[in-house]
Ligand binder design. Structure first.
Ligand code: CAO
Length: 434
């Protein structure tokens, strides 16, 4: 006996056929999914209300259907069916299946209770594969969307490979417990987990701003150093009250000669002096990690903030230059940096770097070692602090120092010794004369 399966009451005027889940000649059981419909409000899977063999599929992909539209012609056995409602694999809201005496059958839609995501193309959002290849209900598709699972990767365990929720959960579990090697970026071979592309415009207006060449290069260098070097940062505060008094006392006279005597000039000289005593900090580690390359010269790089990004001009042989000469050179180099006039040679060969944010503010930061160097000094803003001198608190100008170093080369005790030595030099700058 031929029976007609029609579209049930959808709770909406019209819905589009977005998946045809059956084929002509296929044997249907009572709840075999026939089509997946999508309206403006919900996606619905229509299960078969009868058992039999499909003789004709009347609808096709993209058709608009409403209540009563014919979906299938099904050849059923002569015996009258006593339909039994079988819950689908998702906890959707299902209405009872009705088999009409007139041999016209209205299927009951299985409407996803959570699929009220108006106009969201369920299939497209989870998979680029042809819709008909993925057999799953709306609740499963929504779950996959929420978990970021590509249903094409999931093996369905239900009849005819239909994907049920358990399959999605099993896939997620398998992926999370898989060895790390299967989750990493094969493109770079870096061992880093890949980062997903995020469409930030989903949450509000955005603007794309291309990075400058310098910014892109700095980003690469910093990232490389961050990944290769096990960093430790040692902090300290140096009492620069006397140094500052000396600087202020000399400043005007030097200004008349066109020299701006900055705190940074003293820091360059002090670092150069301490580097001579701690040669490990003035070294590089060979790529095979077998040797330390100790440098007999002391070239200090100074990070300069420019509108185009960060550049690091180098004061060569800083240990052999006077503080005045360093101050003069610093002013020239930072001016050239801001005018984009530094030559490559002026930015090469540093053995140690200073990054001073003292002119801007902040109490401390953790600078990234400027590879192939093994240490960098971060300088923050000096401020007056009460320091206990025996019985009395005295106002002292304290300069925050942050020394980051490569822990493969320098151990904690050496880091602490270096920063303590530097501290002492800054407390009494006359030490550089010794
Ligand atoms: N504590 C308190 N005041 C400080 C100070 C400190 N540690 N360092 C500088 N100052 C004061 C200076 O005395 C100066 O004051 P006056 O105008 O009253 O004389 C003012 O701050 C501005 O100093 P400056 O920053 O222009 O000069 P500088 O010699 O200290 O630094 C330079 C020069 C080129 C290093 C700096 O301009 C710069 O670019 N700093 C940014 C470096 C950077 O971005 N590092 C981050 C690298 S990691 O991303």
């Amino acid at each position: 006996m031929l029976q007609t399966v029609r579209t049930p009451d959808l709770g909406t005027d019209e819905a589009e056929v977005i998946e045809v889940l059956v084929k002509v000649g296929q044997t249907l059981t009572l709840d075999t999914p026939i089509v997946l419909l999508e309206s403006a409000k919900a996606s619905m899977e229509v299960p078969s209300p009868i058992a039999g063999v499909i003789s004709e599929i009347v609808v096709k992909l993209g058709d608009k259907v409403s209540e009563g539209s014919v979906l299938l012609q099904v050849e059923v056995a002569e015996t009258k069916h006593e339909p039994v409602f079988t819950p689908a694999d998702e906890p959707e809201v299902a209405t009872p299946v009705v088999v009409e005496e007139s041999a016209v059958v209205t299927a009951a839609p299985v409407v996803s209770a959570v699929a009220v995501v108006a106009a969201v193309p369920v299939v497209e959002s989870v998979s680029a594969a042809p819709a008909a290849l993925i057999h799953s209900g709306p609740a499963v598709r929504r779950l996959a969307r929420e978990l970021g699972v590509d249903l094409r990767q999931v093996t369905g365990s239900a009849t005819k490979g239909r994907i049920v929720k358990e399959d999605v959960h099993a896939y997620v579990k398998k992926t999370l417990t898989a060895p790390v090697a299967t989750q990493v970026s094969s493109a770079t071979g870096s061992g880093l987990p890949t980062l997903p592309t995020i469409d930030f415009s989903k949450w509000g207006e955005i603007e794309l701003q291309p990075l400058t060449k310098i910014q892109k290069l700095s980003a690469q260098n910093l990232h490389r150093a961050w990944l290769h070097i096990p960093h430790v940062t040692q902090f300290d505060e140096a009492d620069i009250t006397d140094l500052e008094a000396f600087r202020v006392a000399q400043k005007d006279a030097l200004k008349a000669q066109g020299v701006s005597l900055t705190v940074l000039s003293f820091l360059v000289k002090a670092c150069a002096y301490v580097l001579k005593q701690y040669p490990k900090f003035n070294a590089s580690l060979s790529l095979d990690g077998e040797q330390l390359i100790l440098k007999k010269y002391v070239h200090i790089g100074v990070a300069v903030d420019t509108p185009n990004g960060l550049v690091v001009p180098v004061i060569q042989d800083a240990d052999q230059k006077s503080i005045t000469a360093i101050a003069k050179e610093l002013a020239e180099l930072s001016a050239k940096a801001r005018e984009k006039k530094l030559s490559p040679a002026q930015m090469q060969g540093a053995t140690f770097t200073i990054s001073s944010l003292g002119g801007i503010g902040g109490t401390a930061f953790t600078p990234i070692v400027n590879w192939p160097e093994v240490a960098i000094l971060g300088v923050s803003r000096a401020s007056q602090k009460p320091v206990l001198n025996g019985q009395t608190f005295l106002p002292r100008l304290m300069l925050p120092l942050s020394l980051s170093y490569d822990h493969r080369v320098i151990d904690g005790a050496e880091g602490a010794r270096f920063i303590t030595a530097l501290n002492q030099v800054l407390v009494d700058i006359r030490r550089v004369l010794l």
